[in-house]
Design a protein around this ligand. Structure first.
Ligand code: ZN
Length: 505
């Protein structure tokens, strides 16, 4: 390598490492804030977070960064880089260009606005008052419209927002896949609503000691291969996983005495995110590639462990006896009855409390509405009416209040337009990967039923985890399954599962 370029790479990597260090420090601070930092320190801590975030933003948009990415992107220099450095340059260039297009003043105004909007949202939801939230939401939408103008609209305006969370994904593709999921989920949800053979929920309607809930969470996390020497389990209001580096990936769950499945599945879900981050190749540490490749692929890993493994009959054939052991005398129903109770499906208003089947309809509704906002001129004032009409059309229920409707999620207040589809993409990717996994590992079902989960984790490490962000979501799904995103696998998985749970023909 030309010595000038060699020096540039070295300096560039140092800058990248510095940015990553700020990011890790901020990660620890956020984790600390959400897992029990003393109330009186919060204000000062928020200030510190503000200062460090600004420093980090300045570094990633600095002239220095601009010069490195420009110099190293020159064909002659670029050709001399190894593949990993090429990818790091690409990634930094993308971030740099995106950030540089937004004037600093405008960005700061937007940060202040979204912080306010999130606070007002909380009050508005509490008061069930959409009018209170409306002016803030209108501004957040207007800012995002301006961002789209600055970044440049892709195929459609909403495509630009989607691309931030799922690089390469388009409205055209989502319309197609969500259309298929919707067309086959809506009649299944209706058939389940009409079914006379519903799971008996009484086994779950009792108090489960919180220390013991923690015990079963720890046990199952260990079974799935979560490395407690590279992580820990804590409590927070909203469960999350945070990957500081592959050797330190922390997760949280929440406990409610009257809701055992809540802590159980939150732990498995966050555990799935954590397995991904713990098993990224060590070579990627200190680079922007040392993270999940997209929201959708990240969510595929959490949902794979939570739903496809954790809500399966095979899994409970093996682990029900451990739940019985930890809660002696409390569960005298059969493993089958327990499994069915864990998989009750019912149309409901709140996305985060919905079941595996109806969940996707909650997401599709949000996707269609976001698209209307950015591509079709829907006004914020009309959101509640459109929201309620779609809930009636797809789920057969009309929210009795905006708190149980359009005001339920924080995402829009924070400007997270384009984020919601990730959740259902995760379900689709997960089902598609599992289809391939079963072909390549014919013993898969017996492994699950025996509690031999290590080969599953190894397969995912080999196919997904190790790559971090060095491959795009499209490249990953194509390489693993030999085809692009295909919703058929999820649809068939859900139909087979829920027809069986509800004894439908
Ligand atoms: Zn998640």
């Amino acid at each position: 390598m030309n010595p000038v370029i060699e020096q540039q790479v070295k300096d560039f990597r140092e800058l990248v490492q510095k940015i990553k260090s700020y990011e890790e420090a901020l990660g620890v601070m956020y984790w600390d804030l959400r897992t029990g930092a003393p109330k009186k320190g919060m204000e000062a801590r928020s200030e510190v977070i503000g200062v460090l975030s600004t420093e980090m933003f300045k570094l990633s948009t600095s002239n220095e960064m601009g010069e490195y990415v420009a110099a190293l992107s020159e064909p002659e220099a670029y050709a001399q880089l190894d593949e990993m450095n090429q990818k790091i340059v690409q990634e930094c260039k993308k971030e740099y260009e995106k950030s540089k297009k937004i004037p600093a003043k405008m960005y700061q105004e937007y940060v202040v606005l979204t912080t306010q909007a999130e606070n007002v949202w909380e009050e508005a939801r509490e008061a069930d008052d959409f009018e209170m939230f409306k002016p803030y939401l209108e501004k957040v939408v207007a800012y995002n419209q301006q961002f789209i103008d600055l970044w440049g609209a892709k195929e459609t305006r909403y495509d630009t927002l989607l691309d931030m969370y799922e690089p390469g994904l388009t409205v055209a593709k989502l319309d197609e896949v969500f259309g298929e999921v919707r067309a086959r989920t809506v009649p299944l949800v209706a058939a389940i609503a009409a079914s006379q053979d519903k799971p008996d929920m009484s086994c779950l309607e009792q108090k489960f000691d919180i220390d013991k809930q923690r015990e079963i969470s720890l046990f199952l996390l260990e079974q799935m291969g979560y490395d407690f020497d590279a992580g820990r389990l804590d409590v927070s209001v909203h469960p999350f996983a945070t990957g500081l580096n592959p050797g330190d990936v922390r997760i949280t769950t929440r406990y409610d005495e009257k809701d055992l499945p809540n802590s159980l599945f939150s732990s498995l879900h966050e555990g799935g995110h954590a397995l991904y981050e713990q098993n990224i190749s060590k070579d990627l540490i200190g680079t922007p590639l040392c993270t999940g490749t997209s929201m959708g692929i990240h969510e595929s890993q959490s949902r794979f462990w939570e739903n496809m493994i954790g809500r399966s009959r095979l899994f409970w054939n093996r682990y029900y006896k451990d739940v019985q052991r930890i809660f002696p005398g409390q569960l005298d129903v059969s493993a089958d009855a327990f499994y069915r109770a864990m998989n009750r499906s019912e149309a409901s208003f709140i996305r985060t409390e919905s079941d595996e089947l109806t969940y996707n309809l909650h997401i599709i509704i949000r996707y269609e509405i976001e698209k209307m906002l950015f591509n079709e001129g829907l006004s914020v004032a009309d959101l509640p009416a459109v929201w309620n009409a779609k809930y009636e059309e797809y789920l057969g229920i009309t929210p009795p209040s905006d708190s149980l409707g359009v005001l339920q999620d924080v995402h829009w207040g924070g400007g997270g337009f384009g984020y919601f589809p990730s959740y259902s993409l995760g379900n689709m990717y997960a089902a598609q990967m599992m289809h391939t996994m079963r072909q390549e590992m014919p013993e898969l079902d017996s492994y699950i039923e025996q509690g031999r989960l290590a080969p599953i984790k190894e397969w995912l490490t080999d196919k997904v985890y190790q790559y971090g962000k060095s491959q795009t979501p499209g490249e990953i799904i194509q390489r693993i399954t030999g085809e692009e995103l295909n919703p058929t696998y999820l649809i068939e998985y859900l139909e087979n599962k829920f027809k069986e749970v509800y004894n439908l023909q």
